[in-house]
Ligand binder design. Sequence first.
Ligand code: URP
Ligand code: ZN
Ligand code: ZN
Length: 479
Amino acid sequence: MTVLIKGGAVVNADRTFNADVLCSDGRIVDIGEGLDAPGGATVVDAGGQYVMPGGIDPHTHMQLPFMGTVASEDFESGTAAALAGGTTMIIDFAIPNPQQNVMDAFNEWRGWAQKAVADYSFHVAITWWDESVHEDMGTLVRECGVNSFKHFMAYKGAIMADDEILVNSFSRALELGAIPTVHAENGELVFRLQNALAETGMTGPEAHPLSRPPECEGEAANRAIRIAEVLKVPLYIVHNSCIQSLEAITRARNEGQRVFGEVLAGHLLIDDSIYRHPDFEVAAAHVMSPPFRSKEHQDALWRGLQAGNLQTTATDHCCFCADQKAMGKDDFRKIPNGTGGVENRMEVLWHHGVGTGRLTMNEFVAVTSTNAAKIFNIYPRKGSISVGADADIVVWDPEATKTISTKTDHQKVDYNIFEGMQIKGCASHTISRGKVCWADGKLDVERGVGNYVNRPPYAGYYSALKIQAERARPVPVER
Ligand code: URP
Ligand code: ZN
Ligand code: ZN
């Protein structure tokens, strides 16, 4: 299959230049001005548009079994919705139940993802510890293309990782050249606050943000950072929602520590007043953890992104429909936590980021694609328009306008957290592994063509860390 993208401006994270892009057999094979279309090639007219690396959403949960139900979006519908919004790869999570064999869980998730229509990969969660988990982490890194492990510091009584698990798993990740990642919230405090609120009779969604204050997030972020500092391992903190965790990351980075931070499109744009909406369905549709925060936190997160202290943007796409959210009608603790957005991340970030002057186009590419590819070690195969890279490309029309709505989106969920938002700039064409999958407002996808993307262990960070550890070794004193 050959596709020629003609007449656009290529926007990479480092520069912008006018060029045509030729794709063949799933790869970019030529970039230059005035390229001719080989016989039989599909030509995409990109005049007046930008040609950018397809988005990478490094945090999704398709068909996640969670809080007594299963997320409504599956790997087929979810990757299709992603393509409609210009995202060509997701990194999802395999999450073993405590005591479940880690390889069994990983293989189960691999099976579910067979129907994906775009590329995907998996972080693997460490939810318990014994010798088999230690062994399986080795197998995953050496044989299964996994280079990142996730730790939930919240969700007590379910998948929460305590300090012992964090220390064991972070140490093992260091040995293997993998990166630990954390959901940073103090699960013990959240549990206590949830129960205290329920006991006072606060049972509605308005109690959700009160049970998960920013301090709980800041404490956990700082604890994970300090554990990583002592063990000399890099760290990636998912869905930072507040000033407290951003400050912990910024401080650590200023001290020279390799800590990376992700921010969700929702946390940049939606505020916590929504939890006081009189309609339970609307308020519950926004219940996710950490919760949406007030405007001052949103402003700080934008600044964190601009300053480079937050490097990636994600969605934590984890959809539950109204009937599922209703499980918590009388008790906010039972509302399944999660919201969608995989289809909208790129357009809301463009509109509110590039459209407001907060981000340059090149910074937009960095935070929606390139930085995730670099941190998770798949760059320049992903996250770059360059010869030899996978032909995962979005053609971006900066003049197109639309109103986001669940009536027109492709996500398998009955509520869109960006409902009614008017945006300017969106994907006119999405090309996945060299095939045009989204054009003229229509999807053309094939079940199961998405590929699992192997992510090799790191070399760079770890050799630097080994040199540092070696130098820090105490020198015996001669007597
Ligand atoms: O509320 C959320 N974020 N649900 C998905 C699981 C997680 O914590 O990432
Ligand atoms: Zn989380
Ligand atoms: Zn998540």
